[in-house]
Ligand binder design. Sequence first.
Ligand SMILES: [Cu+2]
Length: 185
Amino acid sequence: MGLRPLRAVAAPGALWIGALALLAAAACSDDGAPGAVGATARAALAAPNGDGMGAATLTQTPTGVLITAEVRGLSPGAHGFHIHGTGACAPDFTAAGSHFAPGGEPHGFLHEDGPHAGDLPNIHVGEDGTGRADYFTAAVTLAAGADHSLFDADGSAFIVHADPDDYLDVASAGARIACGVIERG
Ligand SMILES: [Cu+2]
């Protein structure tokens, strides 16, 4: 456990993240725990036939989680992009369950009682089928055992949808066209 910040320092290109992890280790009683500041997680996004469709990287910050997503092979336009509540993409993408919502809130940024903790704004795809998005959310954490942890007992997964999320109707984003289990690393 206590070695994790040191390993972060050793990772190529991650020196500043390692420095943050070391600062966190000095400031927190749970130093070195998975999910400490600077800890990362990843998800490889794949189509139902297994074709790669991009990836997402998550980084724990002092107040939330930064998410960088890259997608490819999608139709141009906006696509729903959510964290779903189960870390599984097989036997089909329904295995990922519904949106990550440990507090039981309704779906949608425009819902007066929303959003789900796993709601994220749409990802926008260009004519070449690729898209990028950076998100910050304070509604989730990578910290093990914490409230709203993406690493709860059954894990979590990203789902990319065929259609845009209208930020109100949970069904608006349509079919599940890519899925990726969120894993530490
Ligand atoms: Cu979704």
